[in-house]
Design a protein around this ligand. Structure first.
Ligand code: 0O2
Length: 208
């Protein structure tokens, strides 16, 4: 953890770092429980970040809350944010099921921006999960797990870099173009899923 983060999170810093490592390990284990018929792991990559103090303070300020680590841990669900990038849409929902079933975690809210994309075109499945966090007055905190495909991650990363929360010229035109890209990528995701199912059903017929 960087010095600024250490200073802000104070007595919670070490436990947050430990929780981040533990969650990554637990999610890796859950990924290994998914069916791997292709002899391949379904996740492209997993990442986890502890929200920067600047970002936490901005969010708390927007909600007229005092910028302390306690208020952040009580009120924000993404002090720890995890991103799981899967290869196929089907795997996103399989992984969501595994997260739901995980003992010791409580899924509090699911925001399905795949079924109902954001107006920007953003797609991902967000799960707000309460996990154990024994530190100070806390026994648990909420974390946000974002599940998405490679295509959704590609769009979100590029859009984040170019436009998200930025003032850009020609915003309407650029927004429409980015939305078009998101829709094309979503259509490719569906085609990839169909191709995978065709390959799987052909190979299971061959084995019969
Ligand atoms: P960053 O920089 O990624 O950390 P909440 O978090 O629930 O209090 P909200 O706005 O309802 O607030 O959450 P939402 O929209 O369900 O999820 C917010 C996160 O989703 C963002 O985190 C982004 O990571 C991602 N996201 C949402 N909309 C977009 C979008 O249009 N484009 C991109 N690229 N990402 C998006 P942060 O903290 O806003 O930002």
């Amino acid at each position: 953890m960087q010095t600024k983060q250490l200073q802000f999170y104070n007595i919670y810093a070490d436990t947050l770092v430990q929780l981040k490592a533990k969650l990554l390990e637990q999610l890796h284990q859950l990924l290994n429980t998914l069916p791997q018929e292709d002899g391949d792991v379904p996740a492209e990559h997993l990442s986890c970040r502890i929200k920067s103090p600047e970002s936490v303070c901005q969010k708390l300020k927007r909600r007229s809350l005092t910028p302390t680590p306690e208020i952040a841990l009580q009120n924000l669900s993404d002090v720890i944010g995890i991103r799981v990038v899967m290869r196929f849409i089907g795997d996103v929902y399989h992984m969501a099921d595994q997260i739901r079933k995980h003992t010791g975690w409580e899924v509090i809210r699911i925001k399905d921006y795949i079924a109902k994309p954001k107006p920007s075109g953003y797609r991902s499945l967000h799960m707000i999960v309460r996990v154990p966090f024994m530190c100070g007055l806390f026994s648990s905190i909420q974390v946000e797990i974002q599940l998405r495909t490679i295509a959704m991650d590609c769009w979100a990363s590029l859009e984040h870099q170019m436009r998200y929360k930025k003032h850009i010229p020609n915003a309407t035109l650029i927004g429409a173009e980015l939305l078009r890209c998101a829709e094309e990528m979503a259509s490719t995701d569906l085609t990839m899923q169909t191709i995978r199912e065709m390959i799987r059903s052909n190979s299971s017929q061959d084995q019969e």
